[in-house]
Design a protein around this ligand. Structure first.
Ligand SMILES: Nc1ncnc2c1ncn2[C@@H]1O[C@H](COP(=O)(O)OP(=O)(O)OP(=O)(O)O)[C@@H](O)[C@H]1O
Length: 251
């Protein structure tokens, strides 16, 4: 299938440490693609290069066949490439609904709308998003008081306000209980199914990777060690060796 995102020979060094080294990556439109790898493998740095938070020393990034290597984060978002972070970027002193309304207002240019119409539009859009995320009951609570899993879902909601075609998720289930992880996985699956959203996500929890990914790229010491279906990756001896000493591939 046609790639929505393509990276060619991406490299990024911090001093003498080569964090990302000659990475080639293709993310098929409509896929759920996981990036895995031991701690320090370069996963977050790769995300920074793809989302525009950092610039590569070498290599190119293409989104929908347009080269985006040197364009700003905001422009990438406008093209349809959004991301979430390891620590949720949300307004903790506002409610879940208020968070979404602010993001929706910023995402749509509504300045010419008369206020009643604008207000109704924002309320309706926020309600629809809260329902899609399963956050109706939490809508009027301060985000800072919500469970960690719900805060992360609010952050995903903020990214969805921008109507992305591709969503980059940095460890979407990190720090979640089993129940929160399950709920997040179901929500991501339904967003993928119902909205045709392509997902690229970094994940340490192999149950999540094997539960939803149709493609997996393994990074190790900044390089692509292997790429394939979850089953191919689970059987790969190079991958098993790279994870030696970590428990993540067990089971
Ligand atoms: N700003 C920075 N300055 C110096 N070194 C950095 C910086 N950011 C990352 N590194 C180093 O680059 C390497 C890759 O880090 P990165 O965070 O991309 O890995 P990761 O695979 O996301 O790790 P983790 O799974 O622990 O989050 C690590 O050795 C890290 O210490």
């Amino acid at each position: 299938m046609r790639p929505i995102l393509r990276a060619e020979g991406l490299s990024k060094a911090f001093g003498r440490l080569l964090a990302v080294s000659g990475v080639n990556l293709e993310v098929a439109a409509g896929s759920i693609h996981a990036i895995i790898g031991p701690n320090g493998a370069g996963k977050s740095t790769l995300f920074d290069l793809l989302s525009g938070a950092k610039r590569p020393d070498r290599g190119r990034v293409y989104f929908l066949d347009k080269e985006i290597t040197h364009i700003a984060v905001e422009e990438r978002i406008r093209l349809g490439l959004s991301r979430t972070f390891q620590v949720p970027q949300v307004f903790t002193n506002l409610t879940a609904r208020e968070n979404l309304i602010i993001a929706l207002e910023a995402a749509h240019s509504l300045s010419s709308y008369p206020w009643p119409r604008k207000s109704r539009f924002l309320e309706e859009e926020a309600s629809a998003l809260l329902e899609r995320l399963g956050l109706e009951e939490q809508a009027s609570r301060l985000v800072g008081e919500l469970a960690h899993g719900d805060q992360r879902l609010v952050e995903i909601g903020l990214a969805l306000c921008l109507r992305p075609k591709l969503l980059l998720l940095d460890e979407p289930t990190a720090g979640m209980s089993d129940a929160e992880t399950w709920r997040t996985v179901q929500t991501l699956k339904s967003l993928h199914r119902e909205e045709g959203l392509t997902l690229l996500f970094i994940e340490h929890d192999m149950a999540v990777v094997f539960g939803i990914a149709d493609r997996v790229t393994v990074l190790h010491l900044g390089e692509v060690l292997a790429e394939g279906t979850p089953d191919e990756i689970a059987k790969d001896e190079k991958v098993q060796a790279a994870y030696l000493g970590e428990e993540v591939m067990a089971g």
